[in-house]
Design a protein around this ligand. Structure first.
Ligand code: ASP
Length: 344
């Protein structure tokens, strides 16, 4: 009987498997089997790889909550049969999907590693091979018979990052992702250097719980100088909005104009959670630090602390999907559920 780990490789689409469309010259997703033919090296790895592909691979700009669920269902229904999962995904929205998947799997005890590439696998200078091969190696990594990674990770350009801490920051460089508020989990050089202190620990006595319901009735409002009162009032009065993410300045600051704080106050009074997330790539929201955030704190705005906007979106959709009273949602939102934000 083989003791090498069983890895399920799931292809959702993205540049990694794209080719140039003959007529338009634009990149389009192509057949998964062809993608695998381009990496015969996978056969040399010390693990057994099975593959599954979305019926219609997509550019990740077309990703949506139904596809998050499709992906989650694939992993959930194969959870007991595999030791680890690698998800090939377009880089554009990879941080959103990977964050969502981190919320889907409570008490995750196996690795789910997202990867992709900036250049198609068929390209001579592609980054796809290294990304894919090392992502599979990481998913198969074991110590004393147990998986080393027991969380959702994102592997790109020699680094494994906690997925719900990542943001795509570059459309040109191979190093496309950044995690400014949390250190790398693994660095890939001559050896794979595992930063053990920063890995998520698993409680093996707790069973994995799978969550699927995301409510996407939300909006992101990014603060900018000169933000328009009339437009904002109209957005806030849309009756189907169930949650608002405010992308604020610095450590959680906004204009102190009465009309603005009034709108926020009213929304929360109507039972709509408003989450404060900073526009800065690094650092944390600290409401009350400056006078420009005192009113928000008083109004009951939820602190997103040092969460990324990508994880904030996924977390808000996830908690809205759980149908919680506003007070409970606020408390849970401000708690780190999957290592996506500061512990306290
Ligand atoms: N547009 C592509 C996508 O996100 C970019 C990539 O894969 O890197 O699907």
């Amino acid at each position: 009987m083989s003791t090498s780990p069983n890895i399920l490789l799931i292809y959702t689409g993205g540049t990694i498997g794209m080719i140039k469309d003959f007529e338009t010259g634009a990149l389009i997703a192509f057949d998964f089997d062809e993608l695998l033919l381009n990496i015969p090296e996978l056969k040399q790895l010390d693990c057994t790889i099975s593959t599954l592909s979305f019926k219609e691979p997509i550019d990740s700009s077309d990703m949506n909550v139904d596809m998050w669920k499709n992906l989650g269902d694939i992993i959930n229904s194969n959870y007991e049969n595999y030791d680890g999962f690698v998800v090939l995904h377009g880089s554009d929205t990879m941080s959103y999907t990977a964050s969502a998947v981190s919320f889907m799997f409570e008490n995750l005890a196996k690795p789910i590693i997202f990867t992709g590439s900036q250049l198609p696998i068929g390209d001579l200078r592609t980054d796809a091979k290294e990304n894919l091969i090392t992502a599979v190696q990481i998913a198969a990594l074991r110590e004393k018979g147990k998986p080393v990674i027991t969380e959702v990770g994102l592997y790109f350009e020699y680094k494994l990052l906690r997925a719900n801490r990542t943001t795509k920051i570059n459309a040109e460089h191979f190093e496309a992702f950044q995690s400014l508020n949390y250190p790398s989990l693994i660095e890939s050089g001559v050896h794979l250097k595992v930063n053990k202190a920063f890995l998520r620990k698993v409680n093996r006595r707790k069973k994995m719980v799978y969550h699927t319901h995301f409510d996407n009735s939300i909006v992101i409002i990014k603060m900018f100088p000169g933000i328009n009162e009339d437009i904002l009032r109209r957005i806030f009065s849309i009756d189907t909005i169930k949650g608002i993410i405010l992308e604020t300045y610095g450590s959680g600051n906004t204009t102190t104009k009465k009309w603005f704080t009034g709108i926020i106050f009213d929304a929360i009074k109507r039972g709509i959670p408003v989450v404060n997330v900073t526009q800065c790539a690094g650092g944390s929201v600290e409401m009350g630090k400056y006078s420009t955030s005192v009113a928000l704190k008083k109004a009951g705005v939820i602190s997103g602390k040092d969460i990324t906007t990508e994880a904030a979106v996924a977390k808000l959709m996830y908690l809205l999907g759980e149908n919680l009273p506003l007070k409970v949602l606020k408390t849970i939102y401000e708690t780190s559920l999957r290592g996506e934000m500061l512990e306290n």
